[in-house]
Design a protein around this ligand. Structure first.
Ligand SMILES: *[C@@H]1O[C@H](CO)[C@@H](O)[C@H](O)[C@H]1NC(C)=O
Ligand SMILES: *[C@@H]1O[C@H](CO)[C@@H](O)[C@H](O)[C@H]1NC(C)=O
Ligand SMILES: *[C@@H]1O[C@H](CO)[C@@H](O)[C@H](O)[C@H]1NC(C)=O
Ligand SMILES: *[C@@H]1O[C@H](CO)[C@@H](O)[C@H](O)[C@H]1NC(C)=O
Ligand SMILES: *[C@@H]1O[C@H](CO)[C@@H](O)[C@H](O)[C@H]1NC(C)=O
Ligand SMILES: *[C@@H]1O[C@H](CO)[C@@H](O)[C@H](O)[C@H]1NC(C)=O
Ligand SMILES: *[C@@H]1O[C@H](CO)[C@@H](O)[C@H](O)[C@H]1NC(C)=O
Ligand SMILES: *[C@@H]1O[C@H](CO)[C@@H](O)[C@H](O)[C@H]1NC(C)=O
Ligand SMILES: *[C@@H]1O[C@H](CO)[C@@H](O)[C@H](O)[C@H]1NC(C)=O
Ligand SMILES: *[C@@H]1O[C@H](CO)[C@@H](O)[C@H](O)[C@H]1NC(C)=O
Length: 619
């Protein structure tokens, strides 16, 4: 009948919420300890927030004898799982435990101790689980986290000393300035390195002047729980504080990029203590975060520190169409320090009233300016520059690798798998800044036919957003992956276009589809990918929205695990992710970009395979 009982199950309940962790004071006590036990949080997460009330999580502890089971639970401030709960949520537990076996985290010959008692099914609005405070020791520090219904979270961890203004940060200290957040399904036993999970390292966007790693839309808890990953999101210095560059001084710019690399170093040094594998890190960022990923792909200080890269809506801005280029161009074509200074140097000094003729006196003056005032001046620095240390080429080098693993290869760019994408209507503005002469040329070219719905406002926006999307996003990103695989610079590359979105950046207030029905026409705007990638969708308009986020998280998680976004069908079966498996069986694989096959994966539920879009228009 029963196999040897050698593992404990304790019940956990609660619901996701945000809270900051703090560095533990030496006298502070935690409720839960990983000194004796690894803690695996299992939760059958379908990403349907309104369904959370119908699911419970549980903790799995390391094997112990039956007589010690209750005590082991008590030592993590929990009780054995009631049998009635197990019965009530039988299907959830069956999937979650089958997956533990499939992933070979637990020996299939073992069973789990449970207890019967009254069920606690978790409530939708519950916050962090009471008494779940856990201390994780790493690198001489101890970090306090909590858990909710779905995962463990340690938020607001300082990864660097509070840096002096315009100096590089370094990771040794403890002042709460530059911080990162970790969400993990797994806190391993202190000192162990067993069963480490892949890590996703998220770099937020916001034009290098705004944004935060603590955006609820990019909260990593759902992704960590559904896909068994460790998700890290970081903050870095922004605006003039992070990007001021002054020629002939040691303020050479890219401090924000340098911060990202310091955070990456912190993660490599510490993430194993949070269950993450430091040798399996995927850097992923959106918008300016994608621009950051692009910079990290070419940064000698970052190459080798991550194993995969995803640039979600990287901007580039072609300088054809008679345009000299604009601010957006500079995400992919880097100013020299002098060029950056010409745009955002003396203007900042004068606006701040730092008008001395001696640059060192001017800098000393600027250092005294209140940070908030500094970033609110009419001119701010926001450009990645060629500083010769973190970024030392005018653009990402995609040429001259020639042969895979050739000893003559060019190592200016990371040789890793990459994903680039656009949303279908990624353009940021209606008017692409093209004058009437050139607009007429675009019309005469017949490359952008007018698409009429009878609503001229909508239709003229539509055609100009197509030009703008191509100009700012599509052309450079398609060209990047194509060049990168043609020269073997990238290990492999995938490209997708988001075909289903909610919200997104909508400065023209065009709104979503009529009647909130995604089957009606609507624009798929910039930034609208992100909730789907993190499984943080707040509104489900139709079931396909939910299946779509299940599918999208599945693709990204698979990429983080293997460098290939196509999830393993056995994994999907074991986890009970049927809607994802159905879609993948129906559509087949998302193919990588090759010299011959310029595949764009038109990501939807179900997805479709297509070819590079507007190739002629991009020429
Ligand atoms: C455990 O379950 C048994 C049978 O279902 C029941 O008789 C007993 O009262 C339960 N114990 C508790 C503590 O609820
Ligand atoms: C389960 O959750 C629902 C919704 O919060 C609640 O009404 C119900 O009492 C709970 N059941 C148990 C057994 O706790
Ligand atoms: C267990 O959690 C409760 C709150 O639910 C807390 O009051 C108590 O101190 C914790 N016990 C231990 C041993 O940490
Ligand atoms: C339109 O832009 C092009 C390219 O910048 C320029 O050569 C041309 O003079 C402009 N025409 C007008 C009418 O401004
Ligand atoms: C950059 O600016 C510095 C200081 O103003 C100047 O000495 C130098 O010649 C400039 N470099 C170039 C390439 O223009
Ligand atoms: C600094 O120079 C700017 C531009 O010349 C001027 O507008 C501003 O009033 C000056 N500020 C001070 C404090 O002299
Ligand atoms: C890589 O390519 C860049 C740009 O073509 C070049 O400057 C650099 O010297 C090359 N590096 C190697 C190792 O070939
Ligand atoms: C045309 O489209 C715009 C943008 O969606 C909308 O605001 C406007 O109401 C539409 N006009 C008509 C007549 O439907
Ligand atoms: C915009 O135009 C394209 C054709 O270029 C069309 O497929 C799409 O439905 C249009 N979008 C809207 C919202 O009308
Ligand atoms: C999401 O969960 C709610 C509550 O259980 C349920 O009514 C709804 O049908 C679910 N949505 C989908 C698309 O499965």
């Amino acid at each position: 009948m029963m196999a040897v009982l050698s593992t404990v199950v304790a019940l956990v309940a609660g619901f996701s919420a945000f809270a900051r962790s703090q560095l533990i004071q030496s006298q502070e006590t935690a409720d839960v300890s990983n000194a004796e036990n690894s803690l695996t949080l299992i939760y059958q997460n379908n990403l349907n927030a309104s369904d959370d009330r119908n699911h419970v999580g549980a903790l799995l502890l390391d094997p112990v004898s039956q007589t010690s089971a209750a005590a082991a639970c008590a030592s993590v401030n929990e009780t054995l799982l009631p049998k009635s709960t197990l019965q009530k949520y039988h299907s959830d537990f069956a999937y979650a435990l089958s997956y533990q076996d499939f992933a070979e985290y637990f020996d299939a010959a073992n069973a789990f101790y449970t207890e019967n008692g009254s069920a606690n099914n978790g409530s939708y609005n519950a916050g962090l689980v009471d008494g779940s405070k856990i201390a994780v020791a790493s690198g001489g520090n101890t970090f306090i986290g909590h858990r909710n219904q779905k995962s463990f979270q340690s938020l607001g961890i300082p990864y660097a000393n509070n840096p002096q203004r315009w100096t590089y940060s370094s990771h040794s200290g403890s002042e709460d300035c530059l911080s990162l957040n970790i969400q993990t399904p797994y806190i391993l036993k202190s000192g162990s390195k067993k069963s480490l999970r892949p890590v996703m390292f998220w770099i937020h966007g916001g034009g290098f002047t705004g944004g935060t790693g603590a955006d609820p839309l990019t909260d990593g808890g759902n992704l960590a729980s559904k896909e068994d990953l460790v998700v890290v999101s970081i903050n870095y210095r922004l605006s003039t504080l992070g990007f001021l560059a002054i020629p002939g001084t040691d303020i050479s710019g890219n401090l924000g990029i340098a911060d990202q690399i310091v955070a990456l170093d912190w993660v490599r040094a510490n993430i194993a203590s949070f269950g993450g594998n430091p040798k399996q890190i995927t850097v992923i960022g959106g918008s300016a975060g994608a621009g950051s990923v692009r910079a990290l792909l070419g940064s000698p200080k970052a190459i080798g520190k991550y194993q995969g890269a995803v640039a979600v809506s990287n901007l580039g801005g072609r300088v054809t169409l008679g345009l000299k280029g604009d601010y957006r161009t500079l995400y992919s074509t880097y100013y020299t320090i002098n060029q950056s200074y010409a745009i955002a140097g003396s203007q900042i000094f004068s606006a701040a009233g730092c008008n001395d003729t001696d640059i060192s006196i001017q800098i000393a003056c600027l250092k005294q300016v209140d940070a908030l005032k500094l970033v609110s001046l009419p001119t701010v620095a926001r450009y990645v520059v060629q500083d010769g240390k973190f970024v030392n080429t005018p653009k990402l080098i995609l040429a001259t690798r020639n042969r895979i693993r050739s000893s003559t290869r060019n190592d200016s760019t990371a040789h890793v798998p990459v994903i680039f994408d656009v949303t279908r209507d990624d353009s940021l503005k209606v008017a692409p800044g093209i004058n009437s002469t050139w607009a007429q040329r675009i019309i005469d070219s017949k490359l952008f036919p007018f698409y009429s719905t009878g609503n001229l406002t909508l239709d003229s926006f539509n055609v100009s957003r197509r030009v703008a999307t191509d100009k700012t996003f599509r052309c450079i990103d398609q060209a990047t992956v194509y060049a990168g695989i043609s020269t073997y610079v990238f290990e492999k590359a995938y490209f997708y276009q988001m075909e289903r979105t909610t919200g997104g950046y909508d400065p023209n207030k065009l709104g979503g589809p009529a009647n909130n029905d995604p089957n009606n026409p609507y624009f798929r705007f910039h930034g609208a990918d992100v909730p789907f990638v993190f499984g943080t969708l707040s509104k489900i308009r139709e079931p396909a929205d939910l299946y779509y986020t299940q599918l999208t998280t599945g693709y990204f998680a698979s990429f983080a695990k293997t460098g290939n976004p196509n999830p393993d069908l056995d994994y999907l079966r074991v986890r009970g992710y049927d809607k994802v498996a159905d879609s993948i069986r129906e559509t087949g694989a998302w193919n990588e970009v090759t010299r011959k096959g310029k595949e764009v994966w038109l990501l939807d539920y179900p997805s479709r395979s297509g070819s590079f879009v507007d190739v002629d228009q991009c020429k």
